[in-house]
Design a protein around this ligand. Sequence first.
Ligand SMILES: NC(=O)c1ccc[n+]([C@@H]2O[C@H](COP(=O)([O-])OP(=O)(O)OC[C@H]3O[C@@H](n4cnc5c(N)ncnc54)[C@H](O)[C@@H]3O)[C@@H](O)[C@H]2O)c1
Length: 256
Amino acid sequence: MAGRVQDRVCVVTGAAAGIGRAVAGRLAEEGGRVALADIDAEGAERAAAEIPGSAAFAVDVTDPASVEALYASVRERFGSVDVCHNNAGILLPDDTDPPATDLDVWNRILAVDLTGVFLCMKHQLPHLLETGGGSIVNMSSMVALIGSATPQTAYAAAKGGVLAMTREVAITYARSGVRCNALCPGPVDTPLFRNALAADEGGLERRMVHIPMGRLGAFDDIAGAVLYLASDDSAWTTGQALVVDGGITAAYTTPA
Ligand SMILES: NC(=O)c1ccc[n+]([C@@H]2O[C@H](COP(=O)([O-])OP(=O)(O)OC[C@H]3O[C@@H](n4cnc5c(N)ncnc54)[C@H](O)[C@@H]3O)[C@@H](O)[C@H]2O)c1
């Protein structure tokens, strides 16, 4: 039986680890031909070695030339670009409230989490349009929608910017066969999340009380949502933010 992204060329940034690695595996299980792109070239190679039919590519999403080369290389290798999951992102412990956040920290986070998504869309859209359209799935976050008493000002600003760009691109290309949506996960149990908690005593407990479903997100929760947005199951959906958060943003109070 054909998979849900059968034979589509799927480019996942930040695919060496965490959510990106899990999404890459899931897209391949559903018939996708997956390009795993990451600044950690060795990690991407290791991950690609475990995913049949995939290939690894080195990319720094903050570097315009590197991003342009990525999509050109994927097109050359696989013949088209059909699904783009712009997932690469960072979160730094020094990103807190505005007075305490150094401009360097702000700039580093914006460079990866916001400019990186812009550069990917800038250089993937021409290929998507030339090879028959496709689906862009940008990685935002729940923090683009609701605030927190444990502030991450630069991260939240970047993820909010991703949502705004997603809508603009969706409307601009709505009649050109390119859909563009964003994913807003709540806390997912990944190295990125655990690293953030390392500097935040009691941080896990403070977060858990706000999750109605009583658990952190798992890789499969996010991979399934990306697959939905990548595939024709979401054929009439564009410009949307899909929230996958165990009920956090729906809650006023949570079960005891
Ligand atoms: N983990 C969570 O709780 C959570 C929640 C909401 C959103 N997100 C978002 O999901 C995405 C993935 O997060 P994760 O938890 O899997 O993180 P992770 O740290 O496990 O993986 C991120 C990957 O991105 C790569 N990367 C970092 N900078 C890069 C660059 N400049 N160019 C290319 N690749 C680069 C890293 O090498 C790594 O492989 C991020 O955008 C993150 O903001 C995560």
